[in-house]
Design a protein around this ligand. Structure first.
Ligand code: NDP
Ligand code: MG
Length: 392
């Protein structure tokens, strides 16, 4: 029996995780669930899974949630320290880190420092603080299992016991696949008219709003390049992005002898979630079997940086190192929020990132505090830059 904390239980990944958990009551027990704004959903999850702890972010939300949990023994807590607490509980084996954005960093770090099996969906943790997070994983003998479908695929295609250092394992390159999102074939000059509704309508995946916009701009793939760098100890030139619109191959590893190993499945996050939950076992995930004859054709193309400038900026930030990836990530969160709030046109997302990276280059990153400061500075710059675009 594995005891679980699910950080971000009310989100897309959280809901999919609970779907897999519900199929295996003999294997997984939920100890803690967390959410932020969707209290009714969190309350329903508590009634169904009866966790010992439920965490929200503010005392008033905690009070409101408590009122919905009559008859349960669930202890309701509030705030970031409470997230860190449930991520590090002695009785917990595995922590699903599925909060979106920079807010997910501290609890993911707490889980690593407590030596847990960390099922990492929150890619922002590695983008912001890859070095510190990977150090914590090693120092505290935590186990890191990637949930992001591409990295989960790479993990599955790497040799058993892969310990970093691709060259010594005969690995030549990691090939990250990308769907290309909803605007892969749209005329570039019409991208300025893109609405939030169009951007969040992903052709293959159902995801939270922020990551859906990131998929449209391919910032998501840029963040994943940085994520792959830290997870697999791969040099940026060993990480290649391939557009594969059908989202059937979730990523590949190319070996020195010319072999390429790929992981395939229907595009459903329950596959990587089930893989990581049960690892090294394999369990039923509720996902339909892959019907290759029905799919018929798998196609591939190279990404066009003119269409997807965010991808180029991510490679640049990774090469610049230090706080640049954290700055990129923070500016992107602000820009995406502004775009979703109709305060920034779609091409303004990449323009914001470029402007903020330009202004804040050379920010130090010798501690986690430095990175948090860079994150805050990038948010201020991004907001000011976006505000200056508004008609007076
Ligand atoms: P969602 O937006 O659907 O869910 C986010 C979760 O985090 C919700 O439970 C939300 O609570 C909670 N949350 C949001 N903001 C805060 C905050 N400031 N403090 C505490 N909790 C907060 O996102 P997804 O599930 O789509 O994605 C989660 C993470 O997984 C992201 O980092 C994403 O990049 C990554 N990921 C997602 C994939 C997907 O297919 N969805 C694929 C690969 C990676 P509430 O909803 O109650 O407000
Ligand atoms: Mg992904």
């Amino acid at each position: 029996m594995k005891n679980l904390t699910i950080l971000g239980a009310t989100g897309t990944i959280g809901v999919n995780t609970l779907d897999v958990v519900a199929r295996h009551p003999d294997k997984f027990r939920v100890v803690a669930l967390t959410g932020q704004s969707q209290l009714e959903r969190l309350a329903r999850q508590c009634h169904r899974f009866r966790p010992k702890y439920a965490v929200v972010m503010t005392p008033d939300k905690a009070q409101a949630l408590q009122a919905m949990l009559t008859g349960l023994d669930t202890r309701v807590m509030a705030g970031i320290e409470a997230l860190e607490y449930v991520a590090a509980l002695d009785e917990v084996d595995s922590v699903m880190a599925a909060i979106v954005g920079a807010a997910g960093l501290r609890p993911a770090m707490a889980a690593a420092r407590a030596g847990k099996r960390v099922l990492l969906a929150n890619k922002e943790t590695l983008v912001m603080a890859g070095r510190f997070f990977m150090d914590a994983v090693r120092q505290h003998a935590a186990t890191l299992l990637p949930i992001d479908s591409e990295h989960n695929a790479v993990f599955q295609a790497l040799p058993n016991g892969y310990s970093g250092d691709p060259d010594s394992h005969g690995v030549r390159r990691v090939l990250l696949t990308a769907s290309g999102g909803p605007f892969r074939a749209r005329a570039i000059e019409t991208l300025r008219d893109v609405t939030p509704e169009e951007a969040v309508a992903h052709p293959n995946w159902v995801m939270g709003r922020k990551i859906s916009v990131d998929s449209a701009t391919m910032m998501n793939k840029g963040l994943e390049v940085i994520e792959a760098h830290w997870l697999f100890d791969a040099h940026p030139r060993q990480i290649e992005v391939v557009i594969h619109p059908q989202s059937i191959i979730h990523s590949m590893v190319e070996y020195r002898d010319g072999s390429v190993l790929a992981q395939l499945s229907n595009p459903d996050m329950r596959t990587p979630i089930a893989h990581a939950l049960a690892y090294p076992e394999r369990v039923e995930a509720g996902v339909g079997w892959l019907d290759l004859a029905k799919i018929g054709t798998l196609t591939f193309e190279s990404p066009d940086y003119a269409r997807f400038p965010c991808l180029r900026l991510a490679y640049q930030a990774l090469a610049a190192g230090d706080a640049a990836p954290a700055i990129l990530n923070a500016a992107n969160e602000e820009a995406v929020a502004a775009f979703l709030g109709h305060r920034l046109p779609y091409p303004g997302i990449a323009a914001t990132l470029e402007a903020v990276l330009d202004r804040l280059s050379g920010h130090a990153a010798t501690s986690l505090e430095d990175l948090m400061a860079a994150d805050a500075a990038a948010r201020r710059q991004a907001r000011a830059w976006i505000a200056a675009l508004q008609p007076a």
